[in-house]
Design a protein around this ligand. Structure first.
Ligand code: PLP
Length: 381
């Protein structure tokens, strides 16, 4: 044989056909995908410019607008995870030197700071202890002091379980001629969210939380004021993949090739969003609330506290205070090994202090609360 064709066999490992344990994903995400979403994911492919696929894209855009309660024409799924959609909002609207004010009351506020800085923003911070939220007076004081071009807030802080109220924040931002950016990764499809009514100018989300779709495709929307800022840029968007002036040609009327859309992930997202529409937002939000309340009551009966004040607690994600003397990580390990239940450990300031329990989308059901509380009682006994 020709020596130059010698095949390196070192990495040719012998493996079994893939199998995975039947985990119940009650952590900060991903949550278990709805069975119908998994079915859609496995459907045969069509081309990404096929007329049928283009019809499916229209449906996704419409259903996404419903889920977010927005009429923004530029409402699309980014072909990547939530962080890419997050980066997309910033990349498109920040020009070097723009003041961006970020509310930091958890882990994802820090990520916004990091990203905004990389796009040349003059980043300013408003901070609160992890688990607390900003009130309107605090936000007003921040806008008054920093006069930002963008105010970025995390609606549902997955690291703390706190829900940042957004009602009236859009009006406030308009007073200061500032765009409002909201991270809705852990709220879309599970927590009341009215983008247009609240005056949110840009938002992003993920597929793997309350939408019960696998990770890999990320809702993204820009309202008219944000689109205006994008169209008035003096410099090109410094990120080719996320440049909405280009991506919008694929998702807009032209349907011009930009990148190859992940066909099956779009099938999955369409089915996930169809399930949201089928159930109806109000019913879905009420279901998440009801399930979370059952969980909180069960914890209270066990004498276990939640980290966030009841008024600001997210129904989709609860930070549970680890009782004194308990090794939190040992408990999560046991739940996984012995009960196939995944919950999350605390992140950042809450590391070692709290567990993170997600009751999201398809998983937001009373039987899962019973399963988790029963397992937790046994592990803590
Ligand atoms: N923002 C929040 C609030 C999140 O919870 C997450 C993921 O957990 C992200 C952003 C980033 O999303 P992804 O991990 O899908 O990139």
């Amino acid at each position: 044989m020709n020596a130059s064709l010698l095949i390196n066999e070192n990495h040719r490992i012998q493996t079994q056909q893939l199998d995975v344990p039947p985990r119940l994903l009650l952590g900060p995400g991903p949550s278990n995908a709805h069975p119908r979403v998994l079915q859609a994911l496995g459907m045969r492919q069509i081309g990404h410019l096929d007329p049928q696929f283009i019809e499916l894209m229209n449906e996704i855009q419409s259903l996404l607008k419903y889920a977010w309660q927005t009429d923004n024409p530029l409402t699309i799924p980014v072909s990547a995870t939530g962080s890419a959609a997050m980066e997309g909002t910033l990349a498109n609207t920040i020009e070097a030197g723009d003041v961006v004010l970020v509310g930091i009351n958890g882990y994802f506020g820090h990520r916004l700071v990091d990203m905004a800085g990389r796009y040349g923003a003059d980043v300013r911070k408003l901070t609160k202890p992890w688990g607390e939220v900003f009130n309107l007076d605090e936000l007003r004081a921040g806008l008054e002091e920093h006069r930002p071009a963008i105010l970025a807030l995390v609606h549902a802080e997955t690291s703390t379980g706190a829900c940042q109220p957004l009602e009236d924040v859009g009006d406030l931002c308009r007073e200061y001629d500032c765009l409002l950016l909201a991270d809705t990764v852990t709220s879309l499809g599970g927590v009341p969210l009215l983008l247009d009514e609240w005056g949110v100018d840009m938002a992003y989300s993920g597929s793997q939380k309350c939408l019960s779709c696998p990770p890999g495709i990320a809702p993204f929307t820009l309202g008219p004021r944000a689109v205006n800022k994008l169209s008035q840029r003096k410099t090109p968007v410094p990120n080719w993949y996320l440049d909405m002036a280009l991506v919008a040609q694929y998702w807009g009327t032209e349907r011009t090739y930009h990148h190859t859309a992940p066909i099956n992930m779009n099938y999955a997202l369409r089915e996930a969003l169809r399930l949201v529409a089928d159930e109806g937002l109000e019913a879905r939000w009420a279901r998440h609330r009801h399930t979370a309340e059952l969980f909180w009551e069960g914890l209270a009966e066990m004498g276990i506290k939640c980290h966030v004040e009841a008024q600001y607690r997210l129904p989709s994600l609860t930070t549970v205070c680890i009782p004194e003397g308990i090794d939190g990580k040992a408990v999560t390990r046991q739940l996984l090994a012995n009960y196939n239940i995944e919950i999350g450990n605390g992140l950042g300031e809450l590391a070692g202090k709290a567990w993170r329990v997600g009751l999201m989308g398809f998983n937001s059901r009373p039987e899962n609360v019973t399963l988790l509380l029963t397992a937790l009682k046994e592990v803590l006994a």
